[in-house]
Each structure stands twice: as C-alpha cells, then as structure tokens.
Design a protein around this ligand. Structure first.
Ligand SMILES: *Cc1c(COP(=O)(O)O)cnc(C)c1O
Length: 296
C-alpha cells in the first residue's frame, strides 16, 4: 500500500479592522483540512515514519501521549487507514475521554502508565514490546528527523512568499521542518515560534536538534497562558471572537495561543506596515472537546 494522503491545505486570507489599521495582511494555511482525524502537522510528522515502518516490514505502531493527545488520535487513525496495528502508551492513571474514545474506535490498544515510568519511553517500549518483531517505536508527538522532513514539505506548497510565518510549538519538530523548508527554498521569511509550554525557552534546543542548518528565528515565549493545556478567560474570549469572525475553528491548546500571539503582536505594532504574515493552522481542533468546560 502506498502511504500517502492527497494534501488539501489552501492558504486563505483573513480580514480584520485591526489588520487594516496596522497595514498588515494575514493569511492562514489550512493544514487542519488535511484529514478530519490525522489533522495538520500530525499527518506531516507521521508520513515518513509510517513509510519507514513499512520499509522495515513493521506492522505495529507503538507511540506515546497524554490523555488528550492529538498525536495519539492521529496515529490511531493513520494506523487504521494504512493497515497497521497500533498501541498508545498513555501518561497517567487510567481515564476515559473523547480523545481516547476516538483512539479506541480506530482500533488502538491503550496502555496506561505512571508518570515516572512514562519519562523513559525507550525503556517502556522494550519492556512491553521488546519481544515483538513487528513493533515500531514512534516518539511522543512524532518528534523525529522524519517528522521534520514531512513538515518541511509544507513550504513546497506555499503559493507566494511571506514576511513572517507563525506556528505553535510543542515538541518543536514542526517548527524545525518549516525552517528547513524555508532554507531549502532560500526564502527570507522570518519564522516565529509560539511555544505552548511554560518556560518555552527550552524549545530552542528541541528545534535546533532537527535543523539541517543553523538558522535564526523568533521565539515568543509569553503566550503559554500558564502552561500546556492551560487557558484563561482572555484566551477563551479571543477564541470566542475569532471563530465566528472567520469561520475557522481554533482551540486553546495550540492554535488559539498562536493566533492570540499574532493578534497581540499586531496590536502592539510589532510588524512593519505592509508585512504579509502567514499563520499555520496546525489542526488539532478535537482538542476543543477536552476544554468545553472552560467555554461556559
Ligand atoms: C501537536 C500539535 C502542535 C505541536 O507540534 P510540534 O511539532 O510538536 O511542535 C501544534 N499544533 C497542533 C494543533 C498540534 O496538534
């Protein structure tokens, strides 16, 4: 079976009186439309990992994530689509939620593990699947050079050039991939990473790990809203205004923080008048399901 998806990810302009007032143009690349479950950067990160698994005749994908992980869901759906068995090793005590329901529905087996053991993923893999010749290790979030390679292809698809690209960062693999793509095309576009974790400065090491050449980029570490999966009223209000104004769904874990950062920086006059800015919609809108209470 050929492991590939036909990529549908148009670039669309979004409008706002704020953009007119500051003289900037804002576009969004709709990676969220690539697949309903294997959304956004998760497909890009899985593509070459799955091809590698197939080349090594591995039939069982084993990967890792928290109980609300978009990566677990994407891996479950990709495994089902391309004929792999899948296991998700989930951080923390056994729980049930919408994400895990959808993982199971796609045939993923779930193994819950305490937070201490979860830290050493290769050890967990060996403990449970060391004897399984069919098992293929995929790191949490799909973090890998293969993942970065897949993400670099996003740049091949850009119809025009931009002064800035904005992207939410978890493991930093997507950021590294896009930077590698910009370098490959010798584009001068400034890359702006928005870490969704507290103390997001550490993401620099993670991004640099997968860069094919040393590159400058901007890290905007002030938009974590208290840390991973955390949100406050300001972020929720922003999302509640953005979605009806644009018709584009975003969520509080990744894309909401990235778009908030972009709007905030535009408001503060960070960009030169005439700037063309591209935001990456990296998908993950199912993350809304775990945050419904915060919207009340
Ligand atoms: C996983 C995820 C990210 C983070 O991607 P990294 O490559 O881990 O930095 C960003 N946005 C969304 C919607 C995600 O699901």
């Amino acid at each position: 079976m050929n492991i590939d998806l036909e990529i549908f990810s148009p670039v669309q302009q979004i409008n706002s009186p704020l953009f007119d007032a500051r003289g900037v143009k804002v576009f969004i690349k709709r990676d969220d439309l690539i697949h309903p479950m294997i959304s956004g950067n998760k497909w890009r990160k899985l593509k070459y990992l799955l091809k590698q698994a197939q080349a090594e005749a591995k039939t069982h994908l084993v990967t890792f994530g928290g109980a609300y992980s978009n990566h677990l869901m994407a891996t479950a759906a990709a495994a089902a689509k391309f004929g792999f068995k899948s296991t998700g090793i989930v951080r923390g005590e056994e729980v049930d939620n919408d994400t895990l329901f959808l993982c199971r529905l796609h045939g993923m087996e779930l193994l819950f593990t305490d937070r201490d053991s979860y830290r050493d993923k290769p050890a967990l893999f060996n403990q449970h699947f060391g004897h399984d010749e069919q098992a293929f290790f995929i790191d949490e979030g799909g973090a890998s050079a293969e993942g970065a390679k897949g993400c670099s292809e996003l740049v091949d698809e850009l119809p025009e050039s931009y002064d800035h690209i904005f992207c939410a960062c978890g493991t930093g693999t997507t950021a590294a991939g896009i930077l590698n793509g910009l370098n490959r095309h010798q584009l001068k576009t400034k890359f702006n990473a928005v870490p969704v974790f507290k103390n997001g400065g550490f993401i620099k090491d993670e991004i640099d790990r997968f860069l094919t050449q040393q590159t400058d980029y901007d890290l905007h570490v002030g938009y974590h809203f208290g840390g991973y999966g955390k949100a406050n009223g300001e972020l929720i209000s922003f999302i509640k205004e953005f979605v009806p104004a644009t018709g584009i769904l975003i969520e509080p874990v990744y894309t909401g923080k990235m778009m908030f950062a972009l709007y905030d920086l535009i408001t503060k006059g960070y960009f030169k008048s005439g700037s063309r800015i591209l935001a990456i919609h990296s998908g993950g809108i199912w993350g809304l399901l775990g945050m419904k209470e915060k919207f009340k």
